[in-house]
Design a protein around this ligand. Structure first.
Ligand SMILES: [Fe+2]
Length: 611
């Protein structure tokens, strides 16, 4: 059975799912070159059909994420949540009204229903127009159905986790009137457990604080997660008064949403407050509430596995705390956990009876990798280099060994090879690489890339050596293949790889298996043979506020613009015309330490993904 899944809200995109497996997936931002772009994903549809070698006629159905949303047909760059409202328009006005009415919601509960009732004609118009576009512009004659926003997050997490039984949790700012949905999965069947209304949205409180700290809400929340380590949670009580959880129930005690909620937090902050302390406070509170909710439902359902999706689960520290919960054995986070994953999730909903006239067979195989996007051919690479007047060097031996040599010399290498990653993280095929010992890299390379980050760059680590580097890996090995969770670093790691360890002693690794990405693994292995360090820095290959590179031309442009030392694209190695413009920091050979990790949990964890 073959299904096309679509996300047409923010971070729109398309995915092809065949018999329970995602075979191609891309988000429109990568093609349009506009980060987090919203709008109907015309080019993504064409691209996933091309990548999967399928035609519209081959499809059994089209499933679209989100039932109750307004149509955003033309592509529109996402400037930030509140910035978009400022532009006005219907959406801005309706959110303004909702914000003003929110203070009365607790006295008149029907207000929330009235809000959605008011928008019902808009929702219907979207569904009708989307059907029309698919039928007339793409020739779709097969069934077209709409999947609830959070249910699409739930199916994205469960059907890629490889778990049989699991608590499946979707938490985000809001979608289809809800900010969360919890299911109990047993042996392939999904049973409803709990929902959280959009009014009681914990995710939105994180967004409010992101805005107050001077960043763009629904875009820069990751900066707050990093910034948190620099402050103290001094305003924890203040936030507890506004929103909290008890026995798995989240309550918006302040009774406010949107702009009035932001004004309320600002008003309550003491004179001389700092954004570091506010970030630490919301992060701590966020962890407490999410862990409280998950812990409650883990106890209620008796599940020991947890599968996660939704924007809240982009918070790598929260995911770590969920994994550390007593009673939780294994945790998995869908790699495209934000709304960029709705296309894949909607298509996977075909594995649930009742979504379509016949059910798609589900797979119990964990998601093997996310290299599901546009590929690069040697011909395209040669053309892109020639167009830009760049000449590749000649070298001896495999390209991976040459890249490792350049990294050990202290050079920054932009690597593009094979199919592009699905989801927000670059995992070796569209990545900027560097050696992991230089703590100062987080300042000078971010400056060069015109990024503001408070969390250090992430390490890509050979799977076999992960125990030397991290504690408490058991049960999260599969999640860590996609850089979705942090771990405490071992003493050896803290001593030898200072460039990737955060102030709080954590790192958010990508554990790399040889058979999942042989070329990327070979680079790290060759680096290990030279230096004794089984890890390199891996950060996404893009310039400030741009999406990750996709094509050969994108790579060349970002390489030149970012003043990166070396472009390693396919089998070609190109040095920047300006030469190396930073002090080279070569890596001295380090003796590997004895295994020190796995302190809390014992047993073989490397088989996590297989169980
Ligand atoms: Fe969402």
């Amino acid at each position: 059975m073959i299904v096309l899944g679509l996300g047409t809200e923010g971070e729109s995109g398309a995915a092809i799912v065949e018999d329970g497996r995602i075979v191609a997936a891309i988000n429109e931002e990568r093609i349009a070159r506009l980060k987090l772009v919203a709008g109907f994903p015309r080019d993504s549809i064409r691209e996933v059909l091309r990548l999967s070698g399928r035609r519209i006629e081959d499809l059994d159905a089209v499933l679209i994420g989100g039932r109750e949303d307004r149509l955003q047909e033309e592509l529109q760059p996402f400037e930030g949540w509140f910035e978009d409202w400022k532009k006005g328009g219907f959406a801005g006005r309706i959110k303004g009204v909702a914000g003003r009415l929110s203070r009365f919601r607790r006295y008149v509960p029907a207000l929330e229903d009235a809000y959605y009732l008011l928008l019902t004609p808009e929702f219907r118009k979207r569904r009708e127009r989307l059907r029309e576009i698919l039928r007339t512009d793409f020739g779709v004659t097969q069934p077209i159905e709409f999947v609830d926003h959070h249910f699409a997050h739930v199916t994205s997490a469960y059907f890629t986790s490889g778990f049989g039984d699991a608590l499946v949790v979707s938490l985000d700012g809001g979608g289809d009137g809800r900010s969360g949905l919890i299911y109990s999965a047993r042996d392939g069947g999904l049973e409803f457990v709990k929902e959280y209304s959009a009014f009681n949205s914990l995710g939105n409180y994180y967004a409010y604080v992101t805005n107050i700290c001077g960043y763009k809400a629904h875009k820069h929340e990751g900066k707050i997660t990093g910034l948190a380590a620099y402050g103290e949670p001094r305003y924890l009580d203040l936030l507890r008064e506004l929103i909290d959880q008890e026995n798995g129930e989240i309550t918006n005690h302040a009774g406010l949403v949107f702009r009035p909620a932001i004004e309320n937090i600002r008003k309550r902050l003491p004179e001389g407050w700092t954004k570091e302390d506010l970030a630490a406070s919301i992060q701590q509170h966020f962890e407490n509430v999410v862990v409280g909710v998950v812990s409650h439902w883990v106890k209620e359902t008796g599940h020991r596995n947890v599968a996660l999706a939704g924007g809240v689960c982009a918070n790598v520290r929260v995911n770590q705390e969920i994994h550390r919960l007593p009673g939780v054995e294994r945790v998995f986070v869908h790699p495209a956990m934000t709304d960029g994953g709705l296309a894949g999730g909607a298509a996977l909903a075909a594995c649930v009876p009742g979504t379509l006239p016949s059910k798609m067979p589900a797979t119990r195989t964990p998601l093997p990798h996310v290299y599901l996007g546009t590929d690069l051919t040697e011909e395209e690479i040669a053309d892109a280099l020639e167009r830009n007047g760049l000449e590749a060097e000649t070298y001896e031996g495999p390209v991976e060994a040459r890249i490792a040599e350049l990294l050990a010399e202290g050079r920054v290498v932009a690597r593009a090879n094979g199919p592009m990653e699905y989801g927000p993280r670059a995992l070796g095929n569209r990545s900027i690489l560097y050696q992991p010992t230089d703590r100062s890299v987080n300042d000078w390379l971010n400056e060069r890339l015109r990024r503001t980050e408070f969390m250090p760059f992430a390490p890509a680590v050979m799977m076999e050596h992960a125990d030397r580097c991290f504690d408490e890996l058991a049960g999260a090995g599969h999640a860590a293949e996609f850089m979705t969770i942090t771990f405490y670093c071992t003493g050896w790691m803290r001593e030898h790889m200072k460039g990737v360890v955060h102030l709080d002693g954590t790192a958010r690794p990508q554990l790399v298996r040889r058979n999942r990405n042989p070329s990327f693994y070979a680079i790290i292995e060759a680096f290990f043979e030279r230096t004794g360090l089984p890890a390199i820095i891996n950060t996404s290959f893009n310039m400030h506020e741009e999406p990750i590179v996709r094509t050969g031309d994108d790579c060349v442009r970002a390489f030149l613009d970012g003043n990166l030392d070396v472009l390693a694209i396919g089998s070609s190695i190109v040095h920047h015309p300006s030469g190396v413009t930073h002090a080279l920091q070569p890596v001295a050979h380090v003796e590997p330490a004895e295994t020190t990790g796995g302190a809390r949990r014992t047993g073989s964890w490397q088989g996590d993904a297989g169980r």
